[in-house]
Structure formats: C-alpha cells, structure tokens
Design a protein around this ligand. Structure first.
Ligand code: CA
Length: 228
C-alpha cells in the first residue's frame, strides 16, 4: 500500500518539524512548504492526499490558498489557526476546509484528525454517474436516489442537498452555503428554509432505515455522516 502524502504549509520551522515527526511516525509521507504562494501551483502539478494549512503565512494567506484550491480541487484540507474564535469567522467565509485545528495543538491530535479526514474522504465512492455512501446511491445525471435497491422520491431541493452532502461527508456546511450550493445563487435572509428541507430529507431517509446521517452542528449548520 502506498503511503499517503501530506503537505504541511507552515512558516514556523519548529511547528513544521513537529508535524513532520509525528506524521512520519504514523506512516505518512510528509512534504513541507513554508510559504503560502506556491501551494496552488504545486497542488496542480503534484497533488498531495491532504493539506495541513496554517492560516497566517507569508506570500499568500491560508484563506486565499484554501479558496483558490477549492476552485479546482476536492483535496482534503485541515486549516490550522491560532484562535478558537477565528473558527467561526473562517466558517462564515465558506472556505470549504474539511476540518479546523487550534494552536497550540497536540501533535497526536493532529495525526488523529488527519486520519479521520482521510477516512471520511474515502467513504464516498463513485461509479460512473453514481455517488455511493453506505446504503445510499445517487445518480447526478438521471437524478435517481436508491437506498439499498429501493428508489426514493426527493424534491429537487432535497436531491440537491443530499448530493452536496454526499460528496463531502464530515465537512461542516453553514446554512447560507448549503442554500447557495443547492439553489445556485445567494439567498441571503432566508437561510432557515434550509432547516425545513433538511428536516424533510431526514424524515424520508429514516423511512428507509437510514438514521442520524445528517447532524446539526450547533451555531454553524450541518454535517453528513455516511450511514452504516
Ligand atoms: Ca504562521
């Protein structure tokens, strides 16, 4: 089995070395960049399996790097920030990071989060136009959804939601972000309507024995866990 490759983007050499030591011991292949500029070019040419991305970086900020990466890539990204309060702001910016870690962190925790994000990113598989997660299969072309082999009827909004969530299990989405992704435009002011769609989608999934797959994240929004 090939070792998974982690790109660490961190300008403080001591912290970068700490990441390297622990990730290396856990069997990952680690590469370090100490500036933000250059990350996007490198990932276009030679993508890693996951990026640990510091927020404050010379050259280009972690925020800009994350945003630019997301314009062409689904690579798992864990953002590292110095302040817990920053996380709310970062989520508000809808950067599309998969997880957030606060400094000071324990290196063991970083390894655990890296493993968790990689595990989640492997859970959804594709088979032509079909997205598969646990018992759920969704076809983006024919707009069919099957649970086990049973077809399930969803409204266009429910289908859009499930499609977005199924593509990135574990990732936390704000209500605004879900509305924009599902409806394709900014729907400012009405973000609670997403709660109704979520409620109905949950109910339908439950009818087919899929429990607790869409979880509320207090004060933020929702995240999807692949059901077993
Ligand atoms: Ca820094």
């Amino acid at each position: 089995m090939k070792n998974e490759r982690i790109l660490v983007v961190e300008d403080e050499p001591k912290i970068a070395e700490l990441h390297r030591d622990y990730l290396d011991k856990s069997g990952f292949q680690v590469r370090i960049l100490n500036r933000g500029d250059g990350v996007v070019d490198l990932m276009r040419q030679d993508p890693a399996d996951l990026i640990l991305l510091d927020l404050m970086l010379p050259g280009q900020s972690g925020i800009d790097v994350c945003r630019e990466l997301r314009s062409f890539s689904n690579i798992p990204i864990i953002m590292i920030t110095a302040k817990t309060e920053e996380i709310d702001r970062l989520l508000g910016l809808e950067l599309g990071a998969d997880d957030y870690i606060c400094k000071p962190f324990s290196p063991r925790e970083v390894v655990a989060r890296v493993k968790a994000v990689l595990r989640r990113s492997r859970l959804t598989t594709t088979d032509g136009p079909w997205l598969k997660g646990g018992p759920i299969r969704l076809n983006s072309e024919t707009r069919e959804v099957l649970i086990e082999q049973n077809p399930i009827n969803l409204t266009p909004n429910e289908f859009g939601l499930l499609e977005v969530l199924l593509k990135r299990p574990g990732r936390v989405y704000s209500r605004d972000e879900l509305l924009t992704l599902v409806q394709g435009y900014d729907y400012a002011g009405y973000d609670r309507t997403i709660d109704t769609h979520i409620k109905n989608l949950r109910k339908k999934l439950q009818t087919y024995g899929v429990e607790a797959s869409i979880n509320s994240v207090y004060g933020v929004g929702y995240r999807f866990q692949i059901p077993s």
